[in-house]
Write a protein that binds this ligand. Structure first.
Ligand code: HEM
Length: 521
């Protein structure tokens, strides 16, 4: 029988005590062997429990503190370990170590999630799915914190709290649980035309995947790749499932939620444990400034895709998940992904949603994981050598060794600690930023309906029918008629047939297109 705890640094190694042969002795956290774990210490057979019972108190105190805050979004998730293998070098456009040597494997951890539901919600909710990948590269952790849908509801991170407030249960009644069956949600999106491309995706079958294994993943934003000379190439990241892309239909989703709310996590656990390791290809869309300038939409607008007909997806690697977690809390619950974690050779664009995310994740994780040392938790720790002078704080397990904990210092190689390395270190793209400081949305972000229509047209007739049915179902839960009508007005700007179908399904008169919330298209 094997039973062990990971030994934190400085522990001095294995401390297991043996009760009988190979069976470990139960101990307190202080290592005191426990003689009786069934009865608290009492004064007499039927007397009061004694304050002196330190084992009892420690056990209860620890239990009382087991819960940490759930993630403010993406609370329900499921993770697994695996690896990324490079199959096509990107050395021509990026100096990132992970993209240099074909055939080399990089350890990976992936967490799939729903967005709006709480930790205990059901797997088959109509919702976006998170697809967060941590790649433990030899030059630090790269977190590609994506979704299974390539666009997003909003263009600017300042709208994120509003979007999420509108999608979570309403503050007075604390229902509905479902993201979409909501007066507040539809009120918000009907006043936020930029969300309608994403609405088409979330009302489609993409939002009820059959399995985590049959979902695509997308980095969503435009990122940059940088070569050794600092030259930039724009990039969009795609994960393509080798299992194919599959969804369930709504009636199946409803039944599965009732019969087995853990359907997706059970499916992933069983597949990996059964040796049927899910696999995704990593694809990149690469383009330069000239393409970006000539494109109909702004590449910094996360409500838009770059059509694959214009910029084909180049497959450069594969991701395989081949190991379930040892402990759900230690790994899946405590893992912390952050868009700002990128190694040298990858950089951000000015996408205002990405810029806000770079701030938000670290901030929330310092609270969620109890302080600034959550990178000491094994699932979050880089697997490459690291050295810095950050120290102390709650739960510090890896303080710098030696005398010097500052720089510059003159202690020499042995005692002086790490030094900056201008050649190997992370450098940002030397982008020129100009113009007045102002709160503004670029007019290049203005067309909210063309790509929504393009997505609808790309769907097969039965898939289009599912979108109409989903809109009728979700909007039929909305009590206020004016909100329903406002949504239908937006649909008119996307597709007259869809708008008519939904209006008909809801028993609404089709609004006069002249008064619809029309945007120039
Ligand atoms: C969590 C994706 C937009 C704030 C997550 C997770 C994913 C994700 C996959 C779950 C990570 C995990 O499994 O632990 C995305 C995508 C976005 C987006 C693809 C848009 C393209 C935003 C924005 C903000 C934000 C705009 C805020 C400005 C958060 C926060 C968490 C989170 C606070 C919880 C993190 C934690 O507690 O560990 N997001 N998100 N997200 N996201 Fe986003």
């Amino acid at each position: 029988m094997s039973f062990s705890y990971d030994e934190p640094q400085g522990s001095g190694g294995e401390t297991r005590q043996a009760a009988d042969g190979d069976v470990a002795t139960l101990t307190t956290q202080q290592g005191i062997p426990v003689a009786d774990d069934q009865n608290s210490l009492k004064q007499g057979k039927r007397g009061p429990t004694l304050l002196e019972d330190s084992h009892f108190r420690e056990k209860i105190f620890h239990f009382d503190h087991e819960r940490i805050p759930e993630r403010v979004v993406h609370a329900r998730g499921y993770g697994a370990h695996g690896f990324f293998e490079l199959t096509d070098s990107l050395a021509d456009v990026s100096r990132a170590d992970i993209f240099q040597r074909v055939g080399e494997r990089t350890p990976a951890f992936v967490r799939f999630s729903t967005v709006a539901g709480s930790k205990g919600s059901f797997d088959l909710a109509r919702d976006v799915r998170g697809f967060a990948v941590k790649l433990y590269t030899q030059e630090g952790n790269w977190d590609l914190v994506g979704n299974n849908i390539p666009v997003f509801f909003i263009q600017d991170a300042i709208k994120f709290p509003d979007l999420i407030h509108s999608a979570k249960p309403e503050p007075d009644r604390n229902f509905p649980q479902a993201q979409t069956a909501h007066d507040n949600f539809w009120d918000f999106v009907s006043l936020t035309p930029e969300s309608f491309h994403m609405i088409m995706w979330t009302m489609s079958d993409r939002a009820i995947p059959r399995s985590f294994r049959t979902m695509e993943g997308f980095g969503v934003h435009t990122f940059r790749l940088l070569d050794a000379e600092g030259r930039s190439t724009f990039v969009k990241f795609h994960w393509k499932p080798r299992q194919g892309l599959q969804s369930v239909v709504w009636n199946e989703a409803v039944k599965i939620n009732g019969a087995d709310p853990d359907f997706h996590r059970r499916d992933l656990w069983d597949a990996i444990n059964g040796g049927d390791f899910p696999e995704w290809e990593l694809g990149v869309q690469l383009f330069d400034d000239d393409f970006a300038d000539g494109f109909d939409f702004d590449v910094l607008d996360a409500t838009k895709i770059i059509p694959e007909e214009l910029v084909p997806v180049r497959i450069i690697g594969r991701l395989v998940l081949d190991r379930v977690v040892d402990n759900f809390f230690a790994e899946t619950e405590q893992v912390a992904f952050c868009t700002q974690n990128v190694p040298p050779g990858i950089d951000f664009s000015n996408d205002p949603l990405l810029q806000g995310r770079n701030f938000s994740y670290l901030d929330t994780q310092i609270k969620r994981l109890g302080g600034p040392n959550f990178t000491h938790i094994p699932i979050n720790a880089p697997k490459c050598p690291m050295a810095h002078f950050q120290q102390d704080g709650h739960m510090a397990m890896r303080n710098p060794k030696g005398r010097a904990n500052y720089e510059p210092n003159s202690w020499g190689a042995a005692d002086g600690g790490p030094r900056e390395d201008p050649a190997r270190g992370f450098t940002s793209f030397a982008e020129t930023a100009d113009g007045p400081k102002q709160r503004i949305r670029s007019e290049s972000f203005a067309d909210h309906y063309s790509q929504a229509r393009q997505f609808l047209v790309s769907q097969t007739p039965i898939e289009r029918k599912h979108i109409g049915d989903a809109l009728v179902f979700e909007l039929s839960k909305v009590e206020r008629p004016d909100i329903r009508s406002r949504v239908v007005s937006h649909l008119l700007n996307i597709d007259a047939t869809l708008a008519a179908t939904v209006a008909d399904g809801l028993g609404l008169a089709l609004p006069d297109p002249a008064v619809a919330a029309r945007e120039p298209i």
